[in-house]
Structures are given as C-alpha cells and as structure tokens.
Design a protein around this ligand. Structure first.
Ligand code: P1T
Length: 389
C-alpha cells in the first residue's frame, strides 16, 4: 500500500502492517514485536536487511512507515520520547552560536531544552508571539537557523499561520519545525502547509492510551533524513519494539479518538465559556478564539485540549483541581482518559516565573486534556468541583 492510495482512516490501520511487509514473514496481520537486539549475518562485511536494533528494527520500521504516511511525508523516524526527537533535531541542526526563533508559548520542557542548549553551546533563542508572522521576520538575524513552532500551543492554544511563516522563513533559507502534538496528524499536516519538519510527542494522541513514552519526526528531505537517522543511531535515542507495537495499535483508532476528543472538548469549552466562575476559555474551536478562522483554514479540526482561567488565582485553581473525581490530576495529555493540570505548578514549572508571565501563563490557568468518556459525566464532575470553591 502506498501513501496516497487510501484515506487517512485506512492508512492509520494498514500502512506498515501489510501482511507481506517483511521478507520471510508468516503473513501476520499484526506486526510482530521483534525483540531481537541483533541480527545474524552470513558474511562478515555484509549484513542483511537488519543489523542491530539500535540502528533499525522491524517493528520500529513498520511504525516509521505509518508515521510518514499519516503526516504525508517521505520519511518518518520513531524515537524514545518527544524530547528525544527534539534533542536529535537540535543536535543535528544547531551549531555553537546559532540563533533560533521560537513561539513564545511552547511546552515547558521544550523551553527548558532550549535553555540548556543556550548554556552549553551558546545557542541564541528569540521567542516571539508567532500569531503575528511579521514578528518572526523582524527577529531574523544573519546566523538564524530555524523557526520552532507549535500550533496550537501548549498551554495557551495559540494558533500561528504555518504557511505564511514558512514562506517568510524560506526567503531566508531557514528551516521550519512544527510540533504537531496537539492536533495530531489526523487534524493537521504542517509539511503540506510548507513546514520542513514535523515533530510529535507520541506519548500523547498518537499513542493515545497513556501507556507509552515516544516521539516522532516526519520530513521530506532525504539528506536531512539520513543525517537524523545517522545521529539517532549514534546517540541511541530509540524506542523499544514493545512501545512501537503499542503505538501501531494505538494509531488504528486515532481518527475515532480524535473525533470524540474534539466533540467532548467543544462541549466542555462551551460549558466553561458560560460559567460564572471562569474568566477566560482558550479553545481554537470556539468562534471567540482569536485565531479561529486561521485554524479553520489550515487544519481540519481543533483537537481535544482546552485551557481556562478560573476566577481568583492559584488558591482557587488548586482547590478546584483537588476537588475533581473523574478528571485525573496529572501531567500529559492525549490519552482516552481526561487529564487536568495546573501549568504554572506542573508542566511549565521548569521555566521561570518571568518566562511564564511573558508567555501569559497565569496562576489561575488550568489545562484540560478532554478524554473520550461521556461528556455529561465530565461536565457533572466539573460542576461539582466548581461548587467547592
Ligand atoms: O514527554 P515527551 O514524550 O518527551 O514529549 C515532550 C513534549 C513535546 N511537545 C509537546 C507539545 C508536549 O506537550 C510534550 C510533553 N508535554 C507534556 C508532558 C505535558 O503535559 O504538556
């Protein structure tokens, strides 16, 4: 099966797991978990298709084929975590003294990684409000290498114009990397909008069941792909075959899950928008979202992440969070179960208060990963927790 033969829903089930995909396979319908760390060869200087599982592994290869197919790219790479994928990109693309431009709202761990590269390798970073593409152009310096985006962002759900930013960046020969974790390849394909590289925390919607830590990179450039693959092997940031199997399995229901995440998120965002104890709701699917029209133009959906500011501050937010029964108070997102968290004290505590304030992350901000449970049960739980504050 080739990339474009079938629709997304079909490819998410079949690509990589065609029964004949491996030479010598027994026509398994589900890709076997190849645990072997090494592969025998007949000749000293000649290995067969596989050599050593850090370099390549049949279960991982099946998953990488599917990654590429779902993001509509030529190549996919499976990594041990989202941050392993980000580290590999920085290691491969950045040299001491280089400058990168990032969205001012990004996952806290991504900003922490950038800060570490700043300290260790003299990387220079300018964070800008990428909802205004002109600010990206203004930030470009002679040694700028790349632009790092999320859309929608974590946790403020800001949306940027991937096409317009890619056009600006390419005038200056910059690479554009988009972390597509929040929408998943089901709702958005940034490379088709002009970006060069997509990165995912597979831990989230792609895995979908809160039981795998994983990362992915998808791209079209064969030279860059070979460099990344070489460096991945050199650095050793590979996922286990069992994790690859879990992700192959999780991906089969990606479209079903995303549709339900989205309809539940829309119901919850609409409920929160009318709630007297809520100051502000962030969800790109609400017509009141400042980039609602832009998101409609570049993605086929809005996803399952909703953030909101509760009236009051940290005290009210913590009391609310600790009063919930059905929502699980935990970091992460994108699993079938609803998770909820406090970005300032949890996912974004690895960056300074000043950085958080610059990005607009208040102590009253709560982030919800809306799961696929019954929406009325979820709303009832929110309602009882609001009644406690
Ligand atoms: O956790 P890991 O698989 O290494 O992925 C890091 C990462 C990268 N990009 C985005 C947009 C992310 O949200 C994350 C991880 N985020 C959380 C754990 C969180 O709760 O936001």
């Amino acid at each position: 099966m080739t990339h474009q033969d079938h629709s997304f829903d079909t490819r998410s089930i079949h690509v990589g797991e065609e029964p004949e995909y491996l030479e010598g396979s027994n026509n398994e319908v589900v890709a076997p978990i190849y645990l072997s760390s090494t592969f025998a060869r007949k000749q000293v200087t000649n290995h067969g298709r596989f050599e050593y599982s850090r370099t390549s592994n049949p279960t991982r290869l099946a998953l990488e084929k599917r990654y590429a197919s779902l993001e509509n790219t030529q190549f996919g790479l499976g990594l041990a975590s989202g941050l392993a994928a980000e580290t590999l990109l920085m290691f491969t693309l950045i040299r001491p003294g280089d400058h990168i431009i990032g969205f001012d709202d990004l996952y806290g761990g991504t900003k922490r990684l950038m800060n570490q590269w700043k300290e260790a390798y003299g990387l220079q970073v300018t964070l800008v409000d990428a909802t205004q593409p002109s600010l990206i152009e203004e930030a470009i310096q002679p040694h700028t290498k790349l632009v790092w985006l999320e859309s929608p962002t974590n946790p403020l759900l800001k949306v940027c114009d991937i096409k317009a930013i890619s056009e600006i960046a390419h005038k200056y020969n910059l690479l554009v990397i988009v972390d597509n974790t929040f929408l998943s390849p089901y709702f958005q394909n940034p490379v088709q909008l002009g970006a060069d590289i997509v990165v995912h925390s597979v831990t989230k919607y792609i895995g979908g069941h809160s039981d795998v830590i994983g990362g992915a990179i998808m791209l079209n450039d064969p030279i860059l792909y070979e460099k990344l693959k070489f460096n991945q092997n050199a650095l050793g940031m590979v996922p286990s075959p069992f994790d690859c199997y879990l992700v192959l399995r999780g991906l089969k229901t990606l479209s079903l899950r995303m549709e339900r995440h989205q309809s539940n998120a829309f119901a919850i965002a609409s409920y929160l928008e009318k709630h007297p104890k809520v100051d502000r709701v962030y969800y790109p699917g609400l017509p009141s979202h400042p980039q609602y029209a832009l998101n409609c133009s570049q993605a086929s959906g809005f996803g399952g992440m909703v953030s909101f500011e509760i009236k009051g501050g940290e005290k009210e937010a913590v009391q609310f969070l600790e009063s919930l029964d059905l929502f699980t108070l935990a970091e992460s997102l994108g699993g079938v179960e609803s998770l909820i968290e406090h970005p300032a004290l949890m996912t974004h505590s690895s960056i300074t208060r000043q950085e958080r304030e610059q990005a607009g992350i208040k102590d009253s901000l709560i982030r919800v990963s809306v799961g696929v449970e019954d929406k009325d049960d979820l709303i009832r739980d929110l309602e009882q927790a609001f009644s406690k504050i």
